[in-house]
Design a protein around this ligand. Structure first.
Ligand code: PLP
Length: 415
């Protein structure tokens, strides 16, 4: 790998079957964007679509657009477009609400389903899970006040032994947001089922990043994000997946009118609709929701296996270049080297990680910082080039060699 130079990265780009897709994104000149795992880049089509939704559908057609422009069906239509990326079937996914809210619904429905048959009280998750996942489980179980408790596992190796006859629900994020560790969804779900537990997967860092096959893995529920690898736009609504087998028993407490069997009958009592739309709650932010389609349309032009092949090549290259060209510096890889355990990111610790990442961002190499002392770089095969990997590592080497970072860097509200 050390023999690799900038020209060989250019050659890799020339041979890249996904190279043309980059043109469909708006990327500022001089910026190497390695943060698509936090906020995906903008598909060029989004600007025109936003203009159409606002000027035509809202500005001109007004209320008629709920029917005429398909606003009311949009959560289901987008869910069906997203389904192939995660191994879901038609009419099993809706794009709606935030990941946090969808977690609340799925955890509540899972506990409700268990409580009909068992006395199980434990939710197993990881201490290193994304905080909101833990917070939502904490908030719901405290509110229920029925003796539920969380078991926070310290490492992926401890998971299997932590899932036992007391476990009601295993709630995991498929790819860890900090380290990029990728769980074996099928194996963990199989063990959970063997122990009588249900399995809820958060796909925030997997949808559009790694191949996911919810049905083959026999997962029970899933949620995920559309503003990261799916390029739906800042704060674009999240998704929730409930397989057909669980839909009739999917009972969550956010029983708003969009989940009603006949919302416009304006009945005085709630009666859940039969299919996946019972996971809906209320009126959606249509302008933001409409942008999700533009991101999904890019995925429709390729396959998750092609994306995975390039993703692993990009992260392999980045890791090899950092370890050879920055070897004089105290950088530690925290992302698994094994492909089977790696998502689409590479994270390194450095004693001055925050200051270094700020200096990199000032030079136009955008990664981000996560506690504790982690520099995180996301690789999005739809628009990241091999030459970007080379130039990003050279930027990092230069910042480190010249100590071109300020240890007094003020912490921004969003790191
Ligand atoms: C990004 C992310 C979220 C975000 O949740 P919001 O409700 O959209 O703020 C949740 N869980 C995980 C694992 C994430 O990576």
């Amino acid at each position: 790998m050390t023999s690799l130079d900038r020209n060989s990265c250019i050659a890799l780009d020339q041979a890249d079957p996904l190279a043309d897709l980059r043109q469909q994104f708006s990327l500022p000149e001089g910026v190497i964007y390695l943060d698509g795992n936090s906020l995906g880049a903008m598909p060029k089509a989004s600007a025109a679509r936003a203009q159409q939704v606002i000027a035509q559908e809202w500005g001109t057609d007004l209320i008629k657009s709920w029917n005429k422009a398909g606003w009311f069906d949009l959560p289901s239509r987008l869910g069906n477009l997203l389904a192939p990326l995660i191994g879901a079937r038609a009419d099993e996914v809706v794009v709606t609400d935030s990941t946090s809210i969808n977690l609340f619904k799925a955890i509540a429905a899972a506990l409700h389903l268990q409580a009909e048959q068992t006395q199980r009280k434990v939710i197993v998750t990881e201490r290193s899970n994304f905080p909101t996942d833990i917070y939502m489980a904490e908030g719901l179980t405290r509110w229920l006040d029925k003796g539920y408790r969380l078991h926070l596992v310290e490492s992926p190796e401890e998971l299997i032994s932590a899932i036992n006859a007391e476990t009601a629900l295993v709630m995991l994020t498929h790819v860890n947001y900090r380290t990029g560790y990728l769980h074996d969804m099928a194996a963990i779900t199989a063990h959970a089922h063997q122990q009588g537990a249900l399995a809820l997967w958060d796909l925030a860092h997997s949808a559009g990043a790694v191949p996911v096959d919810l049905h083959t893995a026999k997962a029970d529920f899933a949620v995920g994000c559309t503003y990261k690898y799916l390029n739906g736009g800042p704060g674009s609504p999240a998704f929730i997946w409930v397989p057909q087998t669980h839909q009739a028993s999917f009972n969550h407490p956010l029983t708003g009118w969009w989940g009603h069997a006949t919302p416009f009958a304006m009945q005085p009592s709630f009666n859940a609709t039969a299919g996946i739309r019972r996971a809906l709650c209320g009126t959606q932010p249509i302008v933001s929701l409409a942008m999700v389609e533009c991101g999904l349309q890019v995925f429709a032009q390729t396959s998750m296996s092609a994306i995975r092949t390039k993703s692993l090549a990009l992260t392999d290259l980045f890791i090899a270049l950092v370890e050879s060209r920055c070897q004089a510096h105290p950088l530690q890889l925290v992302t698994p080297r094994a492909h089977a355990q790696r998502g689409s990111q590479a994270s390194f610790t450095h004693p001055h990680a925050y200051a270094v990442i700020q200096a990199l961002i000032e030079r136009g190499v955008i990664g981000d910082y996560r506690e504790p002392a982690i520099m995180r770089f996301g690789f999005t095969p739809l628009y990241t080039r091999f030459i970007d990997v080379w130039d990003a590592v050279e930027g990092l080497r230069d910042v480190l060699d010249n100590k071109a970072y300020s240890l007094n860097a003020e912490r921004n509200a969003v790191t």
